[in-house]
Design a protein around this ligand. Structure first.
Ligand SMILES: C[S@@+](CC[C@H](N)C(=O)[O-])C[C@H]1O[C@@H](n2cnc3c(N)ncnc32)[C@H](O)[C@@H]1O
Length: 265
């Protein structure tokens, strides 16, 4: 499946959101903490770490502390995010990078960490191949990404309101698993979990997606302003999902911990 992603728009959208991101990215922070806690206890060699799709950079000091090294690099497609990260966490190195075409040497990193970032890429297989190339033998990858089913309430509500695409497409979890299985990596852990975040109002839900830069960047999006009538239909449809806890936004989170074999046959 080839996803319809416009990388320039992705970089711009996240860059514009950099200042507000951490205040609104509650689910991203929660998953990042979980990912750091399941990261291997120790890593090899020089302890060179890459946070791929680092965003505002808040994981860099956490990784640095866990592995007792300052040799941590943040890489991201968005210059706006990198500028923010550099100004808040100046101890670390930063590099503009596309996860599908990494500007790093072979065997350069002992740990590559990536939280909620590679779902914006066209081909997960290409991302994994690039990560594999840049990891040293024995190096490890700890990654979370989003799978199909993510924001399904929003997707269904918009489908009742108009014919445009408002929610990005995500690969089915089974396809992500197949890509991992077909790779050269050894699999230590691989799972998919549904995380649901609740909002009090439709505005709170849609605003929070906008504030983290994760709103619609598909080519099937509406190019003009959405009419009040369409917004009314959308709001009514989304309200039909309301539970006692509020309006749900579901995230299908695919997680894996993989290692590059020490001896490559
Ligand atoms: C939802 S944010 C996650 C940021 C951070 N990892 C976190 O845990 O909050 C997604 C980040 O991935 C970056 N990104 C999107 N596509 C990318 C790509 N192809 N290569 C590298 N970074 C990418 C975006 O610019 C953005 O900063």
């Amino acid at each position: 499946m080839s996803l319809n992603i416009e990388k320039q728009a992705v970089a711009q959208s996240f860059g514009d959101a950099a200042n507000d991101y951490d205040e609104y990215a509650l689910i991203q922070h929660k998953i990042a903490q979980g990912l750091i806690s399941i990261s291997p206890k120790t890593i090899n060699h020089s302890k060179a770490i890459l946070d791929l799709g680092c965003g505002t950079g808040y994981c860099l000091p956490l990784l640095s502390e866990k592995y007792q090294t300052q040799n941590v690099t943040g890489a991201d497609l968005s210059q706006g995010m990198l500028d923010y990260a550099q100004s808040h966490y100046p101890l670390f190195k930063y590099e503009m990078a596309d996860a599908e075409n990494l500007p790093f040497k072979d065997n350069q990193y002992d740990l590559i960490f990536s939280n909620f970032a590679v779902q914006w890429c066209d081909r997960f297989s290409q991302v994994l191949a690039e990560i594999y190339r840049c990891l040293a033998p024995g190096g490890q990858l700890v990654l979370s990404t989003l799978a199909d089913g993510t924001l399904q309430e929003l997707k269904q509500a918009w489908a009742q309101a108009d014919d445009y695409q408002h929610v990005n497409d995500f690969e089915p979890a089974s396809a992500l698993m197949n890509v991992v299985d077909a790779s050269e990596f050894d699999v230590a852990l691989m799972n998919t979990k549904t995380e649901v975040h609740y909002y009090s109002t439709v505005r709170a839900l849609t605003d929070s997606l906008k504030r983290i830069g994760a709103h619609n960047i598909t080519s099937g999006r509406a190019k003009a302003l959405t009419s009040p009538g369409t917004i009314k239909k959308f709001t009514k449809a989304l309200e039909s999902f309301r539970t006692e806890q509020g309006l749900p936004a579901s995230y299908e989170v695919f997680t894996c911990v993989l290692s590059k074999p020490k001896i490559i046959s």
